[in-house]
Design a protein around this ligand. Structure first.
Ligand SMILES: [Zn+2]
Length: 97
């Protein structure tokens, strides 16, 4: 069982209280009308699937119900950090910032 730190509750809670919500840091295009169908499809449907560090969006579904980001190693399931929406990760695939 994973323990996940909610940055809003400031507690480590059991994985069952959380729901994953996909890749983090996906920005909506500034001018969607200017995109081709292929670019719009890439924005809507295509996500990274790395082996290693991945930034993910999670929801504390049975707790505070807020969304936050997690940096997780997909090979080991180790969670390196969790941080609030709007904040940047300390860990990147290139190393620690
Ligand atoms: Zn929470």
């Amino acid at each position: 069982m994973l323990l996940i730190h909610c940055p809003y509750c400031e507690e480590d809670r059991e994985e069952e209280e959380f729901a994953p919500a996909g890749q983090a840091h996906i920005q909506r295009p500034l001018d969607p009308e200017a995109l081709s169908d292929e670019q719009w499809a890439a924005y809507l449907f295509f996500r990274k699937n790395p082996r290693g560090l991945h930034h993910e969006l999670w929801n504390h579904a049975t707790g505070c119900r807020k969304f936050f980001n997690v940096t997780r190693n997909t090979a080991t399931y180790q969670i390196l950090e969790s941080y609030k929406i709007g904040q940047q990760p300390s860990f990147t695939s290139e190393g620690v910032k």
